[in-house]
Design a protein around this ligand. Sequence first.
Ligand SMILES: Cc1cc2nc3c(=O)[nH]c(=O)nc-3n(C[C@H](O)[C@H](O)[C@H](O)COP(=O)(O)OP(=O)(O)OC[C@H]3O[C@@H](n4cnc5c(N)ncnc54)[C@H](O)[C@@H]3O)c2cc1C
Length: 391
Amino acid sequence: MFDHVDFSSLELPAPAQTLRDEVRAFLKGEVDAGRIRPHLGHTEFNAEFTRKVAARGWIGMTWPRRYGGQERSYLERFVVTEEMLAVAAPCAAHWFGDRQTGPSLLRHGSEKLKEQFLPAIARGECYFALGMSEPGAGSDLAAVRTRADKVPGGWRVTGQKVWTSWAHKAHAFFVLCRTSPETGSRHEGLSQLVVMLDAPGVTVRAVRFMNGHHHFNEVFLDNVFVPDDMVVGEVGAGWKQVTSELALERSGPERYMTTYPLLTELVRRLGRSDDPRARETVGRLAGRFWALRRMSLAIAKTLDPAAAASHAGADLATEAALVKDMGTFYEREIVEGARLLCEIEPTPEAADTFERWLAETLVCAPVATIRGGTTQVLRTLIARRLLGPLK
Ligand SMILES: Cc1cc2nc3c(=O)[nH]c(=O)nc-3n(C[C@H](O)[C@H](O)[C@H](O)COP(=O)(O)OP(=O)(O)OC[C@H]3O[C@@H](n4cnc5c(N)ncnc54)[C@H](O)[C@@H]3O)c2cc1C
């Protein structure tokens, strides 16, 4: 069934192990000096930190050198991501560009778009957001109503996006929109455009999270002019492009490690507890972590251009959906396990790291199974692949 991905155990290559030590030492220095103060729940936006990560060559690290990359392997990138998540490092400024929009530009973008954006993303100077969801078009993404009308030299874009993470700080975003009226198939006639967030006609408005955190936005597009050379890939091929991007969004360690630091703090707090409940919980969580990591690693290896030569263009959407579905439930299990084992009243202001992180993850727990595709939608996707379309 999953013939593109080899899920058997794999040993990380020596350069990846060396890299892990480097990344770990760098992050320890940042934490010890108080330059970063890890928060759980949301990845923080910290432009200075992003520039330091970029200076070490850890953004766009798998990309060709001519676009600012380092031509390193996906497994090495995996190690960097793991280490960043293990200390909840503030990666929001480069997360989307590094993981999604950069690879998408590499795959579908014109030479001009690649040269304009990739080196700037890799230098940690250009930040991207994702403009997919709309009111009435989240799970049902093909229902987007944002429209781009052809005009001389470009397009006029009108519509509204919602839940746009970090649009208030990003320079540009990928906008999925309708470039021709719906005919028979809802998946036809959609395109992806790069829209600058400071362009005339763009309004970004905050949607605050229940703890007051400003992460989300609504973005209104009112007759925004977008030049022809900002179209990503082919006009009308937006659906195919956006769904291949989602596979990148769903398979990485960020889908099962956002609450991982809470697990390590829990283990520290429990110490050598004799409580059988504690042993059972920690054993189960550790075992499941290992299984998820193996799945995610196997996909990262398959995505590697060198390793993937034999299955170029393989669609890993189902495998990625499995990681995200199982991974996001696992993230909640960590929070639930910690809550049940430690009878405390957590507050986000607590001086104690464990208490603070428990409070932060409890507030944010619902988001994991929604962002990047809800549980129900992922399971439909998996079931379709396993069982075939409904008759
Ligand atoms: C933290 C976070 C960050 C996000 N960042 C971004 C971003 O940067 N850019 C962006 O574009 N979007 C972003 N989103 C939006 C996210 O992708 C959508 O919220 C998600 O796809 C769900 O869409 P919706 O909110 O419209 O819910 P709906 O689609 O209205 O779903 C509501 C409920 O109905 C269920 N449902 C819907 N359709 C079906 C079906 N066919 N079968 C069974 N059940 C169904 C869903 O599972 C869900 O439980 C973010 C969301 C979160 C939580």
